[in-house]
Design a binder for this molecule. Sequence first.
Ligand SMILES: C[S@@+](CC[C@H](N)C(=O)[O-])C[C@H]1O[C@@H](n2cnc3c(N)ncnc32)[C@H](O)[C@@H]1O
Length: 352
Amino acid sequence: MSSCSPTNLPPAFRLNQMIMSLWVPQVIHAAAELGVADVLAGGPLPSSAVATRLGTHPDATERLLRALVTLDLLAPSGERFELTEMGRCLETSSPSSRRAWSRLMGGPGVWRAWGRLTDCIRTGRMAWGAADAAASSGTEHFDEMARDPAAAVIFHQAMVELTRGVAPGIVGAIDFRGVRRVIDVGGGYGALLCAILEAHAGVEGVVFDLDHAREGALQLFASRGVGARASFVAGSCFDIAPPAADLYVLKSVLHDWDDARSLKLLGKCREVMDDSARLLVVEAPAPAGPCERGNTALDWVLTFSDINMLVNTGGRERTEAEYRALLDAAGLCVKGVRETPSFYRVLEAARA
Ligand SMILES: C[S@@+](CC[C@H](N)C(=O)[O-])C[C@H]1O[C@@H](n2cnc3c(N)ncnc32)[C@H](O)[C@@H]1O
């Protein structure tokens, strides 16, 4: 190991690096919010031209671009700045775009919520909503989107960014024999449903989600050429049962909720399921115990995603055994678990 290996740095220095790393997502967020990558998509530009196109302060823009060079999102090209391969992932139209995800994570709502983490650890409650537990609905994060359509668009687009790349692998792991109608419960704009309908021409599908996802979902269905077989039903999965179908898919939905809310929404699905219907929980299960937590990228993501759920929605990441127990408590029996090429796993359940 070389003497300048990060693990040989003094502990206080390494800690300091982590403390200061809060600057990183905000630099990326500012670039995403302003649309720096879209401006540079046509080729390298000097900072003054970037500032002119963005309508931003020239000196501050130059300093932002230099920080983006440090993060390997931009590279200097003489007096100009150009996008690196990673920087191109901030372009709006990139198939690997993370622009909306950055705008969500670094935006005012989530950023403010993370700033209240200490309170969340003290109380065990999420940062959104009433300080008084009795006055909290537990759904404040999503309620807020109904009042702030721009924030809703960023949230749902961020989910499309995170789901569309893994969706074909998830679809490939599902058995569609005998399936004519699929409900994507909490499907957002329907990135997973679109992949299902693209792969299975004889299937029709419905996204069942809150009304703030409707317009974006209909636009995505049309842009993916599945509009004739896809529809949107608005409603809260805690209050009304989804439409009847052969297959119910819940991707990245249960991890948003505590056990009580998860049981309520699973119960609403169970209400309309007949004996042949299947319900699929698509999640990335957490490692089985603290001792099993290693240092892999997946463990890192799930450990911090667990805190993100605590802070933003009051939910949690669960182990496969915990998902099984939840389904069991909802009167659903797990028939099988399928791996996918990504870290998502598909737990397939039917009425017990
Ligand atoms: C983490 S996102 C997952 C979106 C999508 N399934 C995916 O994986 O890309 C959670 C989804 O649940 C939806 N949701 C939240 N509360 C809901 C409710 N009460 N009823 C129906 N959907 C809800 C949100 O609008 C959002 O689309």
